[in-house]
Structures are given as C-alpha cells and as structure tokens.
Design a protein around this ligand. Structure first.
Ligand SMILES: [Zn+2]
Length: 534
C-alpha cells in the first residue's frame, strides 16, 4: 500500500494562531479519509512558523521529508499532500522547479489539495505553465489566489453534488466531461470479469491491449488501480457522478478477490492446458514441449528439470490427446466454477455490504491515525461519527438479510455451452475457471490418464500410440478405441462447430450414426496393421 505523506507549513505566528495550520491539517486528513487506498505515513513533517521565502523550511520539516525521499523511506508511488504549491516554497521559479523535480524523480507525486491537482510522475506540458503561474504568484505572495483556488474547489464539490461533472483526472474509460468512452468501458467490464475469473493483472492487461490500442502503453500496476477505482460504479468522493461501467456486486466481488489476495493456482500463460495437466507420479505440473515436426506434447516438469531421481514418469503425452480429454471431461468442473460465481440474491447483497463495510473500516482507521497525529479537529470528529453510524446501519442491514437458498441455475448443459463458447473465444478464461475449481488431468508413467471429474467417456483412459497408417493417436477408454487426428493442437473454428453439432446431437439422442460395415477382408488387414503397429 502506498504512503500518503502530509506536509503542512505556516510562516508567521499570526497564521499559526489563526486557521492556517488547522485548515491544512483538516484538508490533509480529509483527503486521507477519502482515499483509503493510501496508508498514512507514520511520521509527520511540519514547518510551523517557518518562512518558505528564505528557505528555512529546507533545513527542517521539508528538509527531513526530502531526506526521507533520498533514503528511499518514501518512494515510488507515494504521495505528498500539501494545501497548495506555495506550502512547498515561495522561492524563485528555477529553485522551485528543481525542488519539485527532485521529489518527482524519486517517483513520489505531489497533490495540491486546494485545487485537487496531481503532479507526477512527470509534469505534463500543460501543467508546467499552470505550475509556473502558481510559483510566480506564490513568490509574489498572492493571498487572492489562495482564496480563488479554494473557492473553485468548493464549487467543484458543490457541482458534483448537483450532478455536474467535475473537471479532474478521469479514469481511462471516461472522457474529461465525464461521459463514457463506450468501447473502453466494454473492455474494462471484461477486465473486471477476468479478475473475478481469477486472471492475474499482467494477463488482464495483455488482453486489454489486444482489445483496444488505448491500453498499449499502460503498466500492469494500473490494472489494480482501475479495478479498485470506485468511479467504475460511478462514484467520485462518495457522490454518484459518473455512469457506472459494472454492477456493484461485480465491483465488490472483485474487491473481495483482491482483499483475499487471491492468486490463481498458476497464472495461465501461453498454453491453454498449462496448470491443468499434472504428473500422476509426483504431482508436478506438466509442461508443453514444442515439437517441430509433430504436434506439441506434454511431460512432467520435475522430470524434465531434475531428471529421473526426482520423478520416474518420463512418458510424453501428445497435446491433441490431452485437449480431447479436457474438452470431454471438463464440463462438470465448469458447472461448479459457474455456480461459485453465481450467487444468490442475499449473497450478492451481502458482498456489497461487506465491500462498503471494508471501505468504511479503512477510512476510519486513516481518520483515527490523523486524529492521533494532528490532534482534535472538529471536522474529523464529525466524519468519524458519521462513518460509525453508517457502519451500524450496514451491519444491521446485513444481520437482517434473509438467506435465500442458493438457487443454482447453472446446469450441466449451460456449463457445456459456455465451455465450448470459451474454447472458441476465450480459452484462457476457461483455463482460469477450471483452475479455480482444481480441475485436473493426471498422466501416469504407464500411459494412463485420469481426469478428476467422473462419468465422462474419457474420464479414465490409456494413451496407446500414434498410428501412422491412419495418422491418428489412439486412446483406449471403456473398452473403446478413439482415434484422435494428428493435426495442430487446437481446434479450428470449422472443426469445432462440426464437433459441437455432433456432441449436441449425441446429447439430444438425435444422432443417426450408422456403424460402418467393414468387410471381413478389410477387418483382417486392419487387425494385421494394428498388430504390427504395437
Ligand atoms: Zn512427475
């Protein structure tokens, strides 16, 4: 969790005895309360009664802060909160820019609370002029400016309450006027769903990049920020301001995933089967071996790395065979995975309440830390009282939630449909969903393959061999021989749809498969071929 470091300064005793310090502290504390994703830095930095025009503060409070940055106690991602840029100094423009640059170069950003502006990680060109103006005015000490900015801040907040869109840094899916960038909003919604399915941030970003060029230059750390930004459910400073892009229950379920530090069993990387196939002998994951002249195969990773001492299972299994087994046997696991995601109404409600309670908890703890640091501030006291009563209300609401039985509406057939939809459109999400319910295929040294779901044709099978005559892998299960075509490891769309139609027909019992009549002479030849192949 990044730190937020408050820095307050006043120069004359007159300012100190008046409202200056209190106002600065209250602003800092208020921001901390509203931004629970930041932790309050344990030390305070203040320059009380020190002028910033002579640079005294550089030897004291601000100087210590800069030292902490130099020592990397404060660093990348942390934020310094000041009332306005003039708190940092009233020095000449060149000195001020170098001072600010020193802070930003350490990856620390500066937020000026009066105008709610963030500087960093770099100063943008439009900010330079704005900043220069402020520095000049601070240098010439314009009291007027402070008042104007403060007014504009209040006006913005009032406008937000009236439903007018505040001008501020908006998240990636919003235009500056607060309207939706539709295509990006759609991509973000998928990102939320991906996070809920268990995909990691890197993977999510990769997929975002494919879906829209806007994400091209983004960093994986941004993914977490977007997915935890309440603007996704329309909120800015607790006021419904923007059009929401996801439902509250999806948003809070994702928050819960993050809270639980949910890590997908092994982040699916490049191959759909990664993480799903295990060694029956030692339990290690099977890894894909890329073969140049034949389809890829999988083998025990422990054996591949550490040799026969670690694992006796040296058998390789062709990917097309394992894919076929996975497609045949995963549906039951898919059903469970979907049921886990699908919640009863009461559960959804309860997740939203838990999410809100969690928000309140973080705000309270930040406010209380502020109280300890800055002493009694009436505004904070009243915020705490408000939060406590809000918490009580939510707790009551949760207590009286009537648990409606989880009416699982996902059935096997729906799971099957979704499974095949994902095979076609989104195999990595399928992989994550299957891993989330520990679906596994185990491969043993004696060539037997065991899926941990039961009841399917290929739940238990034995990989026999590759038959060159018919160019197919042969698999035995329940006394039947299955020939699996030796083509590329994935389904082509056409083949898949044919396969789907065939399975659908089988499921409905409308198949009209006829046994192929083989002449006795042909049978004899086939038997002979099979015999020499073994
Ligand atoms: Zn092994």
């Amino acid at each position: 969790m990044p730190y937020a470091i408050g820095y307050a300064r006043f120069s004359s005793i007159k300012q100190g005895s008046g409202s200056s310090l209190e106002r600065q502290q209250a602003m800092i504390a208020k921001w901390l309360g509203e931004n629970p994703e930041y932790k309050v830095y344990p030390k305070t930095f203040e320059d009380l009664g020190r002028s910033a025009s002579k640079g005294d503060h550089l030897k004291h409070g601000l100087g210590k802060l800069l030292q902490a940055i130099e020592l990397k106690e404060i660093g990348d991602g942390d934020i310094i909160l000041v009332e306005a840029i003039d708190r940092i100094g009233r020095l000449t423009a060149t000195k001020m820019f170098s001072l600010i640059n020193q802070i930003l170069e350490a990856g620390v950003r500066i937020v000026t609370l009066q105008d709610n502006t963030m500087y960093g990680p770099v100063i943008k060109s439009d900010q330079i002029w704005q900043l220069l103006g402020k520095i000049e005015q601070a240098f010439t000490y314009s009291v007027d400016l402070g008042k104007r900015i403060k007014d504009s801040y209040t006006i913005r907040e009032q406008n937000a309450r009236k439903g007018l869109i505040p001008k501020r840094r908006t998240p990636i899916w919003l235009n500056t006027d607060g309207t939706l960038k539709e295509d990006i909003a759609v991509a973000m919604k998928t990102a939320f769903e991906d996070a809920l399915s268990g995909l990691g941030e890197r993977r999510i970003l990769k997929r975002l990049k494919i879906s829209h060029p806007t994400f091209e230059k983004c960093h994986p750390a941004s993914v977490r920020k977007w997915l935890t930004n309440k603007a996704a459910i329309g909120f800015w400073r607790e006021i419904l301001t923007y059009p929401p892009i996801v439902s509250q229950e999806l948003f809070y379920q994702v928050q819960k995933r993050f809270e639980d530090a949910y890590i997908p069993a092994s982040a699916p990387t490049k191959h759909f089967l990664s993480g799903l196939v295990k060694c029956g002998n030692c339990g290690s994951s099977f890894q894909v071996k890329v073969n140049k002249s034949s389809p890829n195969s999988m083998h025990c990773s422990a054996r591949a790395i550490h040799g026969i001492d670690r694992c006796e299972n040296g058998t390789s299994f062709p990917v097309p065979v394992l894919l076929r087994i996975c497609h045949d046997t995963a549906t039951l696991a898919m059903e469970t995975a979907l049921q886990n995601i699908e919640l009863s109404k009461a559960k959804k409600k309860s997740i939203i309440i838990d999410g809100k309670l969690n928000d309140i908890g973080k705000k309270l703890s930040n406010l209380i830390t502020s109280l300890q640091q800055y002493g009694a501030i009436p505004e904070i006291d009243s915020q705490i009282t408000l939060l406590i009563s809000e918490r009580k209300k939510l707790e009551d609401e949760k207590r009286y939630l009537v648990e409606d039985d989880v009416a699982n509406t996902t059935n096997y057939e729906e799971a099957w449909d979704y499974q095949y939809e994902l095979i076609e459109d989104d195999p990595m999400r399928l992989n994550a969903l299957l891993q989330s319910v520990q679906y596994q295929i185990k491969c043993f040294a004696n060539r037997s393959i065991l899926a941990n779901t039961t009841g399917n044709e290929l739940s238990k099978s034995v990989y026999m061999n590759y038959c060159r005559k018919i160019q197919a892998y042969r698999l035995r299960a329940n006394g039947n021989i299955y020939n699996i075509a030796n083509r590329e490891g994935t389904f082509s769309k056409e083949r898949l749809s044919t396969f789907k139609e065939m399975l659908q027909a089988q499921r409905e019992g409308t198949t009209a498969f006829k046994e192929i009549e083989t002449s006795p002479a042909d049978s004899e030849i086939l038997e002979f071929l099979a015999a020499i192949d073994d």
